[in-house]
Design a binder for this molecule. Structure first.
Ligand SMILES: *[C@@H]1O[C@H](CO)[C@@H](O)[C@H](O)[C@H]1NC(C)=O
Length: 472
């Protein structure tokens, strides 16, 4: 067939042509694809840039959102920015509503610029305690005309002038203690202001750190005349006669730690004192009357004494956990009529002395775990008191000793005690006449009589009362 090879040739050429065409088309498509991708990339970059420009312009991005919590307490907006690692004051636009109370406690703010609180004109309280503020510009508080409470304690302030306070005509509470005040001439006007009798709640407890001759003296008690006087050529402290008023007085060794000096106080939403982990060996004195919650946990308190809480009339929670408490005097919780929560866990208590709990009419929670409760007659008071106060939820009341009761619930032990008739109770029958008449007819005794009436003859009850005396 002569047409065969020609046909072959045509087929071959066609195939070659097809291959060429396809290859070129693929190249073009790739090029086209590449350029499209490039455009898309550019567009994305452009959009990102645009977005960047937009977000930088947005007010919410000026200061990173501090994630503060906003709440309303009796109709007043309260913003809590504690422990947010802040180094500056967040802009007021961050919040939608008019803020009354702002706490910036425990951040890392180092200075307050002029007009630092623009937009915060509705504030009545401002808490800046426990920052690192060493400088407050004179105009820092401009506009805060409604402010009544300003807390600057536990900062690094060495000086402050009276001018700083002028924008706040309604200021009634100013706390500036635990700052290293340098009591020299520039402090004269401030010290005079603090000493005006009507300013009795401004600057209490603040003490000079310098100069050395005034170290430890309260700002309220310095003679302002001395501050701006030319130093006497013989003013070497060694030359002062001992009765000179400006001589370095040894700081009196205070018997009891002072609550304001050893604790942190917070006013909103409720007055709360945090005295935890302060190495306290005693309940500090001078707990303000309006404190509602007090945390004394993780200290080394061994003993609660009569009147320890006598000033704390409003107390609702008292946390004494993780101390070394061995003894609570009758009368130490006297006056705590509104106490709701009492945490005595993780101490060294073996029993609660008779009468200790008598004033706690409104107690609803009592934490007792982690104490070496001894299941003998001394523990009975606790159990009777709990029976008489069924509204009190309690936890952790377990016998640690004696060995035969270890791990048993104290209530179980007391019930079993009442059902058995231990030998020693019969043996002490002859001691009946030694019974303290004052222990009769107390709620505890009445309660026990009601419960035990059918269980044992009445002549067996007296010796138990005798045992209370012997063990306490
Ligand atoms: C008391 O303080 C401890 C330790 O800080 C804590 O674990 C406990 O919950 C507190 N108790 C109450 C009643 O708040």
């Amino acid at each position: 067939m002569p047409a065969g090879p020609r046909w072959h040739l045509i087929a071959l050429l066609t195939a070659l042509l097809l291959v060429l065409l396809l290859t070129s088309a693929e190249t073009k498509r790739q090029e086209k694809g590449k350029s499209l991708k490039g455009v898309r990339q550019e567009l994305t970059q452009e959009r990102r840039r645009a977005a960047g420009r937009y977000s930088r312009a947005g007010p919410l991005r000026v200061v990173p959102s501090p994630h503060c919590s906003e709440s309303t307490e009796s109709g007043e907006v309260f913003v809590d920015c504690q422990d947010r690692g802040l180094t500056t004051i967040p802009t007021s636009e961050t919040w939608t509503k008019e803020i009354r109370h702002l706490t910036l406690a425990r951040n890392q703010i180092k200075m307050l610029q002029d007009r630092a609180f623009v937009g915060y004109e509705s504030l009545t309280s401002l808490d800046l305690q426990q920052n690192q503020i060493s400088l407050v510009k004179e105009g820092a508080f401009e506009g805060l005309t409604r402010l009544t409470t300003l807390l600057l304690q536990h900062n690094h302030l060495g000086t402050l002038t009276e001018e700083t306070l002028i924008p706040m005509p309604n200021l009634r509470y100013l706390r500036i203690h635990n700052n290293p005040w340098n009591c020299v001439c520039p402090m004269d006007s401030l010290i005079r202001t603090l000493q005006v009798p009507s300013n009795r709640n401004l600057g209490n407890h603040a003490r000079c750190a310098e100069p050395i001759r005034l170290k430890g003296t309260k700002l309220k008690q310095i003679d302002p005349e001395l501050l701006c006087k030319e130093p006497d050529p013989t003013s070497d402290p060694a030359h002062y006669p001992t009765d000179s008023p400006n001589v370095l007085q040894p700081i009196p060794i205070r018997k009891k730690p002072d609550a304001i000096g050893s604790c942190h106080i917070y006013f909103f939403p409720q007055t709360r004192m945090d005295c935890s982990k302060q190495g306290l060996t005693e309940v500090p004195a001078g707990i303000p009357e309006d404190v509602v919650h007090i945390d004394l946990s993780h200290n080394s308190i061994r003993h609660l004494k009569v009147k320890d809480f006598q000033s704390a009339r409003s107390l609702r929670t008292l946390n004494l956990s993780n101390n070394q408490m061995e003894h609570i005097d009758t009368g130490s919780l006297t006056g705590l009529l509104h106490l709701r929560e009492l945490d005595l866990s993780d101490n060294s208590l073996q029993f609660i002395q008779y009468g200790v709990l008598e004033d706690l009419y409104f107690l609803s929670q009592l934490k007792l775990g982690g104490n070496p409760w001894v299941c003998d007659y001394s523990i009975h008071y606790m159990v009777y008191w709990l029976r008489l106060h069924p509204g009190v939820r309690h936890s952790g009341l377990l016998c640690r000793s004696p060995p035969e009761h270890t791990g048993e619930r104290v209530e179980t032990y007391v019930n079993s005690y009442n059902r058995e008739c231990p030998k020693d109770r019969q043996q002490s029958k002859s001691d009946q006449e030694q019974t303290d008449p004052e222990l009769w007819n107390t709620p505890m005794e009445v309660q026990r009589e009601l419960e035990e009436e059918e269980l044992e003859p009445s002549h067996l009850r007296a010796p138990q009362k005798y045992q209370i005396i012997r063990l306490s």
